[in-house]
Design a protein around this ligand. Structure first.
Ligand code: HXC
Length: 512
């Protein structure tokens, strides 16, 4: 915190960085200051501050005597791994990082520059919310930021790190950015805090339980990533950014890669013989993608679907995959919402998508129907159908019912659809189907159980394979698991210059 005294002092204090270059143990233990955060985020000496001498204009409540350099937020531009980015870091030591009219103006200025110059925007949030002394001026400042978040959406990537409090309406700026990362134990987000909750609902809850990183990464799905401390958070911001292009007209960086034979024989034994036995789709992802390149998003939320970035022969891709280890990989409300948003992000920023399918269908039940699985499932269907980036599907085992259509089927615009010989593409599983269509025959049999088994086998032979779909061209090729990586590398290379034109419209009406 720097109280303004003389011009000389102003200029000296406005220098950034404090000269730290080494990370010591203390940096991992405590909250970093706004300037330290920027220092560790940006390439060395690349940060240029904008508006270091800005001060608030408030004259109420004795505020004219309390002016601080920069007014509680450090804003500017610089590079991360050589790429231009715009950044703001709220300074909790100045009025709790609260947002005044001028604090908002500083953020808006770099948001405008980010959009005009086509570079990502990174917000390091640590704020007590609207500056109480400024009333509506501060509320207006928030709305100015919200509006710009929306204008920037789909134009440049926006990443929000939550590194302290983020409460009240302030949460809606991060919520409208592309990704949120929360620091465990030292950050929280909620619309109304524990005191209001107690007054209105009589519930007793701590800030951490109500809106900490754990709650938002497992229960609400508000945060996409969590970090153990500030440094970890900053590293995750950098890692996330590495998969993205600068803006919607740009492509993600293609890392150098020398092709070898690319067969992965471990994949041949991945799917268990028993169709009811689960396996870990993350093992499949690890074999298919470049070693160590998978970066999962919302890992602990709606675990029945896996979303994340990875590289395939150096290309950045987005992966959407059913997870048989969780709820048998079924689609439900939360997994549909989670993956639809991820699909939209990939499409906005030219990141090709790989979809790995092992899905028994949609989760049945009153809970799902009353929580609008219809509308929410439609989000994923809509997002895939709208996406024009290269889209490749690999069915490893089940692709049943409506979920077959939804999971990037050929019919909704996928470019290349592969299946392993173990794939089962059908309206439903053999048992359920046989019980319905052969009901009379089974009921009339002397041994109904044996008849059911016989009919199940008959149905499975006809439909529990990928060949009917391949015959129709809905599957382009049935491939051996061990050649999956090789085939996928070639498919994405072939699709590299894909162009799709859509009917002209103002915007679509996704079932929100
Ligand atoms: C002005 C604020 C402030 C605020 C904190 N401070 N929040 N000043 N406006 N919103 C000041 C404090 O007065 C204090 O100043 C310093 O920041 C540090 O605050 P502490 O309370 O001492 O810190 P701590 O105990 O860590 O608590 C942090 C806090 C608490 C939980 C954030 O300060 C708090 O509850 N603040 C108010 C949060 C809030 O209700 N904000 C409005 C939300 S509604 P001194 O001089 O003593 O060091 C909102 C609407 C947005 O934001 C609407 C958008 C549409």
């Amino acid at each position: 915190m720097t109280k303004i005294t003389t011009l000389q002092q102003k200029l000296a204090e406005a220098k950034v960085g404090g000269g730290q270059t080494r990370i010591d143990a203390q940096h991992k233990k405590r909250k970093l200051t706004a300037r330290e955060r920027i220092h560790f985020l940006m390439d060395e000496s690349s940060f240029e501050e904008i508006g270091a001498l800005v001060a608030h204009r408030c004259t109420d409540f004795g505020m004219e005597d309390q002016k601080y350099l920069g007014d509680g937020v450090v804003t500017g531009y610089g590079t991360i791994n050589g790429r231009l980015v715009y950044v703001f870091a709220q300074d909790f030591t100045v009025f709790g990082g609260s947002l005044s009219e001028t604090h908002a103006e500083k953020i808006c200025k770099i948001m405008d520059l980010a959009v005009q110059n086509g570079a990502p925007l990174i917000g390091l949030n640590d704020s007590g919310g609207a500056r109480i002394q400024e009333g509506v001026n501060s509320l207006g400042g928030y709305a100015d930021i919200f509006y710009r978040n929306v204008l920037a959406s789909g134009v440049v990537p926006q990443i929000s790190a939550i590194m302290g409090p983020c409460a009240g309406g302030a949460v809606y700026s991060p919520a409208m950015t592309d990704f949120i990362i929360m620091v465990e134990q030292s950050s929280y987000m909620f619309v109304t805090g524990p005191n209001v909750v107690k007054t209105v609902t009589n519930e007793e809850v701590s800030s951490e339980d109500l809106g900490g990183a754990s709650a938002h990464s497992t229960k609400s799905g508000v945060t996409h990533l969590t970090a153990t401390n500030d440094l970890d958070c900053i590293n995750k911001v950098k890692q996330l950014l590495s998969y993205m292009p600068q803006n919607s007209t740009d492509r993600p960086a293609h890392l150098p890669y020398t092709l070898s034979d690319e067969y992965r024989y471990e994949l041949d034994t991945m799917v268990p013989e028993n169709a009811l036995q689960p396996y870990n789709m993350k093992d499949v992802i690890a074999q298919i993608t470049d070693e160590g390149s998978f970066f999962e998003i919302q890992e602990n939320y709606a675990e029945n679907i896996i979303c994340g970035f990875a590289r395939l022969a150096g290309r950045s891709i987005g992966i959407i995959a059913n997870q048989p280890m969780s709820l048998a990989g079924v689609l439900d409300v939360n997994s549909s919402k989670k993956s639809a948003r991820f699909v939209q992000f990939c499409d906005c920023f030219n990141i090709p998508m790989l979809v790995l399918v092992d899905v028994p269908g949609f989760l049945p039940g009153t809970d799902q129907e009353w929580n609008a699985i219809i509308t929410n499932g439609a989000k994923l269907l809509f997002a895939f159908s709208e996406a024009t980036v290269p889209r490749v599907t690999l069915i490893t085992r089940k692709a049943y019912g409506g979920a077959y259509d939804v999971m990037n089927s050929k019919h909704i615009g996928a470019d290349m659809n592969f299946a392993w010989p173990t794939a089962e593409i059908a309206v439903m599983g053999a048992k359920g189907a046989s019980e319905i269509i052969f009901k009379k025959e089974i009921d009339g049999a002397t041994d109904p159980a044996a008849k059911l088994l016989e009919k199940e086998r008959e149905y499975a032979e006809t439909f529990a394979n990928p060949y009917r779909a391949a015959e129709r061209g809905f599957i382009d090729e049935v491939i051996l698991p061990n050649e999956s990586r090789r085939k996928l590398i070639k498919a994405f290379a072939m699709l590299e210059n894909k162009v799709v034109s859509r009917p002209k419209k103002k915007h679509s009406n996704i079932p929100l």
